[in-house]
Design a protein around this ligand. Structure first.
Ligand code: FAD
Length: 466
């Protein structure tokens, strides 16, 4: 039987990054993945394919709606070839997952294909084409998550679908009804709206992206409405029925009145649930809590002291970069180092256009914690760079401590915010004040100038270009 210092179950961004870091630190490492491709949800049916379709549909929208104003004329009709678009997405996925195979080889990590289940705390059975068993001194559970559902909905994967099916549809829906106005629903909703679908978003809460700063929800809602998406907020879905190719969604609005929406596809995007099926965690003494998460302490150690868990399968934000940080954290802990993760500084991003990005505390959280804060806000519309490219929607908002001026939260919606947020993370990691940011030179003309201007606004209301 092969023996390892560490075995990792699951090859998503948590698992494969943990494997690389363990190998870098000199541990004999194995990774176990039940699917034939590595990379987990993120690379196969999550972050990467959704961004590929967002990019393709963005190009289409630019070509059909914005080329003309730039003086670009295309003779004849511009058409979508969905099969080709989905094919390109798959090529991007294949190339990216292939890259993980390369990284595993480069770092001498043994890859096992099959379902990993604990026999006890140091032995793992792997059931693939053949059954193997390995021994591992330490294990890391990185089994991720699956789409969750409402108890009364049957996901038939044809017309009532999850994000996984929405990434490989064979036709453009005529009317896509999306249950859930969170990140995944909105990103995919924007893809199909751009491609010509009528889109209705049904959200239970009174705003979309409800965990983000309310200012961002409001602005993004405006963007969707401008694109003629129907936004049904404070609506409780009570039934989803199929009638041939038609899907009927029955809901109650906030006054309790019945609402019926008919579409040809219904995307259920009501969140994701931690996934531990088939892991046989009990045999290793690993506790699963009543939310289905693997229970961990502050060292990400489970109730079995030689077994750790990371990523979507434990508490916290279900984000690829959070899983990656935890993968590195556990590898370094096993190597005797004292790593640290500041969960307050894990940024959250929505890859719609305009992009939405945030780090730190929201205004709602600061109010609840009774922290006195100042707000500096700057609109993209006032930037030369934004006008040059025609991306004038959105703003950057900086929240700073009233007394010390320390930056407590940065919330932005606009062009390239997914990348701009990195500056805010760096600043907050070094506990910068709003004035610190405002005194750093930002290249002109760039979208990043909005961060400097918002910092100036937060300092002493000193923004220069409004
Ligand atoms: P996963 O990526 O879920 O990987 C777990 C792996 O474990 C899977 O491959 C699974 O097959 C394997 N596995 C499970 N059980 C076993 C077993 N017993 N034996 C062997 N293998 C097993 N996050 C972002 O940060 N940015 C984004 O833009 C983004 N976009 C997303 C878009 C969509 C449509 C979706 C669905 C998700 C998106 N996410 C995004 C979330 C992101 O995909 C997850 O947070 C991330 O994949 C979690 O990583 P993980 O390593 O914990 O688990």
């Amino acid at each position: 039987m092969s023996k390892y210092d560490v075995a990792i179950i699951g090859s998503g961004p948590g698992g494969y990054v943990a494997a690389i870091r363990c190998a870098q630190l000199g541990m004999k490492t194995a990774i176990i993945e039940k699917y034939s491709t590595l990379g987990g949800t993120c690379l196969n049916v999550g972050c990467i394919p959704s961004k590929a379709l967002l990019s393709s549909s963005h190009h289409y929208e630019e070509a059909t709606k914005h080329f003309e104003e730039h003086g670009i004329e295309i003779p004849g009709d511009i058409k979508v070839n969905l099969e080709k678009m989905i094919g390109r997405k798959q090529a991007v996925v294949d190339q990216t997952t292939g890259g993980i195979d390369f990284l595993m080889k480069k770092n001498n990590i043994d890859v096992f294909t099959g379902v990993g289940s604990f026999k006890d705390a140091t032995h793992i059975k792997i059931e693939g084409e053949e059954t193997t068993e390995i021994e591992a001194k330490y294990s890391i559970i990185a089994t991720g998550s699956k789409p969750s559902n409402l108890p009364f909905i049957t996901i038939d994967k044809e017309r009532v679908i999850t994000s996984t099916e929405a990434l490989k549809l064979k036709e453009i829906p005529k009317h896509l009804v999306i249950i859930g106005g969170g990140v995944i629903g909105l990103e995919l909703g924007q893809v199909y709206r751009r491609l010509g679908s009528e889109v209705t978003v049904v959200e239970y809460m009174d705003r979309i992206i409800p965990t983000m700063d309310a200012g961002l929800s409001k602005e993004l809602n405006k963007v969707f409405k401008k694109a003629k998406c129907k936004m049904l907020l404070s609506h409780k879905v009570e039934a989803v029925e199929r009638n041939g190719d038609e899907v009927i969604i029955k809901a109650k609005d906030k006054k309790g009145a019945d609402v019926e929406i008919k579409g040809d596809y219904c995307l259920v995007s009501v969140g994701r649930r931690p996934y531990t099926d088939g892991l046989n965690a009990e045999a290793a003494g690993v506790k699963i809590n009543d939310r289905g998460q693997v229970e961990v302490n502050e060292h990400l150690q489970t109730s079995a002291s030689n077994i750790y868990a990371i990523g979507d399968v434990i508490k916290g934000a279900m984000l690829a970069h959070k899983a990656e940080e935890e993968g590195v954290f556990v590898a370094e802990t096993l190597a005797g180092q004292k790593p640290h993760i500041d969960y307050n500084l894990i940024p959250g991003v929505v890859y719609t256009w305009p992009e939405v990005a945030a780090v730190g505390k929201t205004e709602e959280e600061l109010k609840e914690e009774k922290v006195a804060y100042k707000v500096g806000q700057f609109p993209f519309r006032a930037l030369g760079r934004a006008r040059a490219s025609g991306d004038i929607d959105g703003f950057v908002k900086i929240l700073a401590d009233e007394k010390t001026d320390e930056v407590l939260g940065v919330h932005m919606i606009g062009a390239r915010c997914a990348d701009l947020i990195a500056e805010a993370v760096v600043a907050m990691e070094f506990r910068a004040s709003a004035e610190d940011i405002s005194r750093m030179s930002h290249a002109h003309p760039t979208f990043a100038e909005a961060v400097k201007e918002a910092a100036l606004a937060a300092t002493e209301d000193r923004a220069l270009h409004v």
